[in-house]
Write a protein that binds this ligand. Structure first.
Ligand code: IVH
Length: 670
């Protein structure tokens, strides 16, 4: 492959990876299973390793976790909360040890601390003078959310420690999780135990957290004042002594062979455990060696997670439902006889698309093997043909949309010269009820207009009541009717009004994203909005059908262009956009005038941690600040990274300019 083709190929994969990260971490709605996710990640890393020029700051190596929810106070971790690299087989383990030995010195001897990897969510607890002072979620690894009050409701978390050997200041980290048996009562509300734990922890009201029986197991530390522990195993013993729960299966082992043996044994008994475990964590036991080994960009060199394989069970397909998505995609979902798959009761399994059904010849009443990995929607692995009855019939995928009755189509992709695996409703506008509802749900979703109090269920409800049939109806709701509905009171009506009012004011990027044009995700909406600058130019292009101009935008290709043309060939869509423009205040892209840095000027010197100079500048500008290239009287802040230019710092000092760090700048942005 040529260099630019390779880059394109890589970028496509990276985009896919980003999308799944978002689905998993932000939306708690993963679309692929862990194994598929890991495979995608590995493909990207392999490409980068082979072709150095592909490495960039969005590499899977450098991104972890989800962005904290906006509603909690943020906290910068004193020591980043990193993730772990994964090992899947003996070879990966051997490689792990080989790298350690290369890094240190071949003669060094060490053993491993072995700990079950509970599939929950991590939390950090800072104790000062023996009292729990602050509890924080992991967030993106660098910055988490302050969830102290919620954490305090968990009985396994001691609020005060009496043991005299407890350090004066220590940050203890561990896993918050929910037991499988407790999850059974919650399974209608959450996809799996991990989501239940995470959903519960991020509740605004700690009393809500209290309702869900959460547990905590401690396993490591972040910051410790005067750390004098020599071994991880010794630290674990101390945790127990201080009153924390630790895992009773923790142990130390000496060699890779022993690790592999234990893994096999443990994997066979994992379902007898009270909680979900997705692997074992191996850590170099010697803390001095850990310190010498240090970290790569987002994982320690001294630890690895040895994953278990996915879990499966056999069950019967009762029916095959066809769901219609926002873009008209028809997704088949198997309704199965409820079955326990490694502690989680499963009654739905995705069949992905029409081609998948044909390829595997999946039929109603078939006995199938379904697989669940981590917390993604289970899927059908294979059909047990021996159990199929003689009069079983091939499943005929509907050729008409189950919602509106229109013809369905499989699109032909000119580049790959293949028909799409997905069948779609040809009426991909507001003419199809399911699509229309899904479009409205998208319009109000978090990355779009983010209208709090108007969730998916409310949209369905308002649709039924004819209150909302088009996006613009949201801005013209009849609150006299809503006030009288079940579950609605004065306060909720007032809140809804306020959040709708707030949502009227939005950026051009969000607006373009929210109208839900196929192939125009957040990133492409940004490219477009940067190009148009304001809503009027956007509407002008639409009305004059000048889409071909847009091909010059770097990043916008044929697919996006055709999608835009197609979308606006429907006059109804043109009408929606113009009507929305009339009721909303869509801000010009580059002129968000009243940001928090308004009337403040900034200059950067030195190397900034984890952010390029260009991005730092644009961060300032996005918040209405200005950036200068000289230290002078009109400079308000000099932001210094590592190795700042001494002359600039000195001059700033004489002029009385504020000298701040990148962290300080981020605080200003809060
Ligand atoms: S150590 C830098 N120990 O796994 C070391 N993590 O992929 C990272 N986890 O976010 C943490 N059990 O949520 C560690 N015994 C254990 C663990 C464990 C579960 C989770 C934790 C972390 C993730 C890393």
């Amino acid at each position: 492959m040529k260099k630019n083709e390779l880059k394109k190929f890589y970028n496509r994969k990276l985009k896919e990876f980003k999308k799944h990260n978002e689905l998993y971490y932000e939306k708690s709605r993963p679309a692929i299973n862990d194994a598929e996710y890991d495979k995608l990640k590995k493909e990207l890393l392999d490409l980068e390793n082979k072709h150095n020029f592909l490495k960039n700051r969005y590499s899977p190596d450098k991104t972890i976790g989800y962005t904290p929810s906006k509603s909690f106070e943020k906290y910068n971790h004193r020591v980043p909360m990193l993730s772990l690299s994964n090992a899947f087989d003996l070879e990966d383990l051997k490689n792990f040890e080989k790298k350690i030995l290369n890094y240190l010195n071949k003669n060094v001897q060490f053993n491993y601390s072995v700990e079950p990897k509970i599939d929950g969510i991590s939390a950090s607890l800072t104790y000062k003078n023996k009292k729990l002072e602050i509890g924080v979620s992991r967030g993106d690894g660098k910055r988490g959310e302050v969830i102290t009050e919620n954490l305090k409701t968990i009985k396994d978390i001691p609020l005060e420690i009496s043991d005299t050997s407890f350090p004066d200041e220590i940050e203890i980290r561990g896993e918050i999780f929910i037991k499988k048996k407790d999850f059974l009562n919650l399974k209608d509300d959450f996809a799996n135990p991990r989501n239940a734990a995470s959903g519960s922890l991020r509740q605004k009201n700690p009393n809500e957290t209290k309702k869900i029986p959460l547990n905590f197991i401690a396993y490591t530390f972040g910051y410790i004042k005067n750390n004098n522990f020599d071994y991880q195993s010794e630290f674990l013993k101390n945790l127990k002594k201080w009153g924390f729960k630790t895992n009773k299966y923790n142990k130390t082992l000496d060699s890779i062979d022993e690790l592999a043996q234990f893994h096999t044994k443990f994997e066979n008994t994992r379902f007898d455990l009270e909680y979900d475990v997705d692997g074992l964590v191996y850590k170099v036991n010697d803390i001095n060696l850990q310190n010498r080994l240090g970290f790569t960009s987002n994982a320690p060199r001294w630890a690895i997670a040895h994953k278990f394989s996915a879990v499966s069970a056999n069950t019967k397909i009762l029916n095959i439902d066809i769901q219609v998505g926002r873009t008209g995609a028809l997704t088949p979902v198997a309704k199965v006889e409820p079955v326990n798959v490694g502690g989680v009761v499963v009654s739905n399994a995705t069949l992905h698309n029409e081609d998948e059904i044909t390829r595997k010849d999946i039929r109603v009443n078939d006995i199938v093997k379904i697989e669940r990995a981590g917390d993604v929607i289970p899927h059908v692995i294979e059909v047990d043909r021996t159990k199929r009855s003689k009069n079983s019939k091939i499943f005929i995928f509907p050729k008409k949309c189950p919602s509106c009755g229109s013809n369905t189509v499989k699109e032909y992709n000119k580049t790959t010269k293949k028909y799409d695996a997905v069948r779609r409703c040809s009426n991909d506008g507001f003419g199809c009820e399911r699509i229309a509802i899904e479009k409205i749900k998208h319009f109000i979703s978090k990355d779009a207009l983010n209208i709090e109090g108007l969730g998916k269920k409310v949209v369905e409800n308002f649709w039924e009541l004819n209150l909302i049939k088009m996006p613009q109806d949201i801005f013209n709701l009849n609150f006299n009717i809503i006030r009288k509905l079940d579950g609605w009171g004065e306060t909720s009506v007032k809140n809804l009004k306020a959040s709708i009012e707030k949502a009227k004011k939005t950026t051009l990027q969000r607006f373009i994203y929210s109208i839900g044009i196929r192939h125009i995700g957040i990133e492409n909406a940004k490219l477009l909005s940067d190009n148009f600058g304001n809503i009027s130019s956007f509407i002008k292009i639409i009305k004059n059908k000048q889409f071909d101009k847009l091909i010059n935008i770097d990043g916008i290709g044929e697919t996006q262009l055709n999608s835009l043309k197609n979308f606006f060939s429907d006059q109804l869509n043109v009408r929606i956009v113009t009507e929305l423009q009339n009721v909303m205040h869509i801000q010009n892209q580059s002129l968000v005038k009243d940001g928090v840095l308004k009337n403040k000027s900034f200059m950067f010197t030195g190397k900034l941690e984890g952010i390029s100079r260009a991005e730092a500048k644009s961060l300032v500008e996005k918040n209405s600040g200005i950036t200068l290239s000289n230290v002078g009287k009109n400079l308000n802040y000099l932001v210094t990274g590592s190795k700042p230019t001494k002359r600039k710092v000195d001059k700033a000092k004489t002029l009385g300019v504020n000298i701040i760090s990148l962290e300080d700048l981020k605080k200003l942005l809060n």
